[in-house]
Design a protein around this ligand. Structure first.
Ligand code: F6P
Length: 320
């Protein structure tokens, strides 16, 4: 049971849904527990960039993308010495438990900190990649998918006008979840993801046949982990003889005001995380699965890889 203080931090690539940190802060305060914010992720923990937050610190945050706490990727924290230094800084402030909002890498850092120091840790899945094991939703993936679909909608107009193929490269270094969600929702003809091999010759042959039969345009979504959109666009144009253009959406996908879904779920998960850690829980990651809040073991979450749903892969092909 935590009596005095917890801390909250964001780490790794930011994702729209800082409502999670807001909920952690306000829940803890309403339970009579102080909250510290660790600025700039694990790097801030090492630099002792740790400040006490009050209710007003998270005013005017619910509609924002990014993270007011900042985030960074720290090499030093990857070493046991670095983690010990971070832990010592937490102790200086009397911090008894930590809520970490981040993706796979950030939660792995948290699991090591927990193992080596015993400090209670609760994680929240903050990543647009939707690739945290044990849950079907991560905070920010809905906003990012909506951003991509919005771009696809716009690209359709110009693609149709010119009878072009549009290649849209989206984020997802190791995971095709975001590409698959946005590809299906955006009505893409092909969704290329790192998890599934694709036959370029066959795809180009099909595209050519569709054009010959009168199709006006096609959308190909490619996750960055499946290859370069620019490279793909060149090959597709060469092989099909159809005018092809490429849009690399890049970091636009990570920003922007969160959707209602991300705000709601982030708020619910933030409250859950704060209450859990205050009541003495540790080594849990809270997320949503099949519409319900679930708490999965932190070590299970980081030691298992979430696989892409084969049903979605199939659906994307059927609906193309
Ligand atoms: O992990 C989230 C993510 O957005 C990935 O999809 C992407 O590959 C990566 O971060 C980009 O990282 P950075 O902002 O460091 O370029």
């Amino acid at each position: 049971m935590i009596k005095k203080a917890i801390a909250v931090m964001t780490s790794g690539g930011d994702s729209p849904g800082i409502a999670a940190a807001r909920a952690v802060v306000r829940t803890a305060l309403s339970e009579g527990v102080s909250v510290y914010g660790i600025n700039n992720g694990y790097q801030g923990m090492l630099d002792d960039d740790i400040v006490e937050l009050d209710s007003r610190s998270v005013s005017d945050m619910i509609q924002r993308g990014g993270t007011f706490l900042g985030t960074a990727r720290s090499m030093e924290f990857k070493t046991p010495e670095g983690r010990k230094k971070g832990f010592d800084n937490l102790m200086k402030h009397g911090i008894e438990g930590l809520v970490i909002i981040g993706g796979d890498g950030s939660l792995t850092g948290g699991s090591l900190l927990s193992k080596e120091t015993g400090i209670p840790i609760v994680g929240l899945p903050g990543t647009i990649d939707n690739d945290v094991w044990g849950m079907d939703y991560t905070i920010g993936c809905d906003t990012a998918a909506n951003t991509i679909v919005d771009a696809i909608n716009k690209l359709r107009d110009t693609a149709s006008a010119h009878r072009r193929i549009m290649v849209v490269e989206v984020m997802g270094r190791n995971s095709g979840w975001l590409a698959m969600m946005a590809g299906i929702a955006g009505g893409a003809e092909y969704v290329l993801v790192p998890e599934v091999k694709y036959d370029l010759d066959e795809m180009c042959h099909e595209l050519k046949a569709m054009y010959d039969a009168g199709k006006r345009y096609s959308i190909i979504v490619i996750a960055e982990g499946a290859g370069s959109g620019v490279g793909l666009g060149k090959v597709v144009e060469e092989k099909t003889g159809i005018d092809t253009r490429v849009s690399v959406l890049g970091h636009i996908q990570r920003g922007g005001s969160p959707t209602v879904e991300d705000r709601m779920k982030a708020s619910m998960l933030g409250e859950k995380a704060a209450l859990a850690i205050i009541s003495g829980a540790t080594n849990l990651v809270f997320g949503f699965n099949e519409g319900k809040v679930v708490g999965v073991n932190l070590f299970d979450a980081v030691n298992n890889k979430k696989t892409l749903d084969p049903e979605l892969v199939r659906l994307a092909r059927v609906l193309a």
